[in-house]
Design a protein around this ligand. Sequence first.
Ligand code: HEM
Length: 399
Amino acid sequence: MRRVLTSEIICPSRHKWLHDKRADEADNLTRYVYNLSTTSSTVSSSATVDVRHVARHYCGNVIRRLVFNKRYFGEPQPDGGPGPLEVQHMDAVFTSLGLLYAFCVSDYLPWLLVKEANETVNKLHDAIIDERWRQWKSSERNQDHQMEDFLDVLISLKDAEGNPLLSIEEVKAQSQDITFAAVDNPSNAVEWALAEMVVNSPDEVMGRAVAEIDAVVGQARLVQESDIPKLNYVKACIREAFRLHPVAPFNVPHVALADTTVAGYHVPKGSHVILSRTGLGRNPRVWDDPLRFNPDRHIPPVNNPNNGTNSNNDVALTENELRFISFSTGRRGCIAASLGTAMSVMLFARLLQGFTWTKPEGVDAVDLSESKHDTFMAKPLVLRAQPRLPKHLYPTISN
Ligand code: HEM
């Protein structure tokens, strides 16, 4: 299945093919945050915005557009925000993800809650998949026309004999896996990065990121994916969030298929291998002052081709040396580094370019504590957002 996904779904040609849907969702994000920030319920000129809410729903929108060609399961919302079904979808996805990273399920989550969450996700997905399956089987849709999204690709895949490659159950399982895999990492990293920036020397760190966007993109158009290669400091901030605030304390367990030696340790065949993400990312033998949010550590001197830069010295979000875990590496590493990078950078860069983020009035300090149950922020990040671009640049019409 991994081979099928990498060759047919999460491959460079499909990434390009689906660019415009991702661009629509970046515009929708800007529009939604603009609407939230200008519908002020207080005397102040700008309202507060729940960053977690907008980040998670941006990720949900992107993945629904790519998989099902839909932002909304239900009625479109005039402000670009989620409706009740989209809220249900993301809440259920995040509840199910809690199970994925739990060591021992019963320690963390009531089983019934997870079962219900899975049923919610399946109910929302199945209605679309069943109908689409019917359309393909009745030739209402066919290969030559109307290939719109990952779902069309999954349903129409053929084996070497020209027979359908996947059953409907397999299509459903893949759609669910892709959805689960796409949402938590970008939203968590961006929420933490923005929180760290607002708390720690905002003028310096946030100021530099915004200045980079202004220098690369200017203030006469919105950031696009084509700008990503040049937004090195912005990417360094996201890398720093992955390092310091991974989405989960451990990676999912893997089993060693053969005897091996890693970093001088003998790992016998059959061992369950669990990497500590926080242990790697906060290791003082690798990272100076490891608890400090310092994106500069990812901007190496020119001519250092290692660690976080590619041959052009661009900063990348991948970390193949495993000094921390972003996309991991090797045969079970993430298959979607390009999509994950595009989602994370566009989310972060659009928030930074479009708005000035500050503590809400009357709040002394932004609380940077971690949740007791996972590595998310204990409380959703709520900040004051002030539009900073000319008004006509904020998209107003839903696409
Ligand atoms: C910033 C975004 C993302 C990050 C940081 C990330 C990170 C990871 C990591 C660390 C793993 C390995 C887990 C393990 O140890 O087994 C993984 C696996 C995976 N990711 Fe991602 N991911 C991201 C986005 C995505 C997206 C957008 C998709 C798909 C649309 C995706 C699909 C997958 C799949 C299918 C696997 C399982 C690969 C396998 O088991 O062979 N990821 N991801």
